[in-house]
Design a protein around this ligand. Structure first.
Ligand code: ATP
Ligand code: MG
Length: 262
């Protein structure tokens, strides 16, 4: 569904990605892992059109995404969440999700101005859909609450619901469990499994090894801007290059063990 072929990215003289190639199959849950600063978020920014690649090809269902504007890429069925949460804190949860849908509401300006029946019907439908999406992440009971009152983990879940509101076929999640407590992680794992069962293709960046290994069918590993391994969770866990990439660093990166659940 998503294909990267020999993608590179330079910032000035700094080469951040080199020769990055991998494919995310339709209907799969796919993971991208790697130490801090490896270039993972940059990969998402290239896919979603926030940055332009310095070289290589990026395709969604065989159509090139290079040079396509971010909002057009969203319309082609690509949704994402951000490593640094981006929600409207002063708005209710329901409003946050409804805003995510607006790229897809096709009423015109006159209908908006005069509140014509077509507009009101569509508005009602989008509120119903927003309630449904909030229920997928276990937040429907808080639909009317102000987003700022949510815990950090709940804000991440709200961002997921908002990303779903853009009607993505492919959903990119940048560190979905960062800042969540273990209870929230367990809930989110089940919720993402349900979302995948509904037919969404999911591509996540994640540092929490138990989470990423438990959810993903395949995982690619990025180290210093290069893909050093790609395979099933078991293949990745036992790959000597991957173990070296994680153990060979002096920062406080999580180890590749099932116990890693800080
Ligand atoms: N817009 C930018 N301009 C210049 N350098 C950038 C830019 N975006 C990212 N970088 C650099 O590219 C490298 C990769 O950053 P990136 O955010 O992709 O890493 P990451 O793998 O997502 O790390 P983390 O796990 O900490 O989120 C870093 O050295 C970063 O400083
Ligand atoms: Mg990142």
């Amino acid at each position: 569904m998503l294909k990267l072929h020999q993608v590179s990215k330079r910032f000035g003289g700094l080469s951040v990605l080199q020769d990055v190639s991998f494919e995310v199959p339709a209907g799969s849950v796919f993971g991208l892992i790697g130490p801090n600063g490896a270039g993972k978020t940059t990969v998402f920014n290239l896919i979603t059109g926030l940055l332009a690649p310095s070289g290589g090809a990026i395709e969604l269902d065989g159509r090139s995404l290079v040079g396509v504007k971010p909002h057009q890429i969203t319309r082609q069925g690509l949704g994402r969440t951000f490593q640094n949460i981006r929600i409207f804190k002063e708005m209710s949860l329901l409003e946050n999700v409804v805003v995510g849908m607006h790229a897809h509401l096709d009423y015109g300006v006159p209908a908006l101005l005069f509140s014509l029946p077509g507009f009101r019907a569509q508005e009602r439908q989008s509120r119903e859909r927003a309630h449904e999406l909030l229920s997928w992440v276990g937040l429907e009971h808080k639909a009317a609450d102000i987003a700022d009152n949510l815990s950090y983990g709940e804000q991440r879940k709200l961002e997921l619901a908002r990303a779903l509101a853009t009607k993505p076929r492919l959903l990119l999640l940048d560190e979905p469990v960062a800042g969540m407590n273990s209870g929230e992680k367990v809930e989110l794992m089940a919720q993402i499994q349900q979302i995948a069962k509904r037919g969404y293709t999911i591509f996540m960046i994640e540092h929490d090894m138990r989470f990423v290994m438990g959810l993903c069918e395949r995982i690619a590993v990025l180290n210093f801007g290069r893909i050093i391994a790609e395979g099933t969770p078991d293949e990745i866990k036992n790959n000597p290059d991957v173990i070296e990439a994680y153990l060979g660093r002096e920062d406080d990166e999580e180890p590749l063990s099932a116990e890693a659940d800080a």
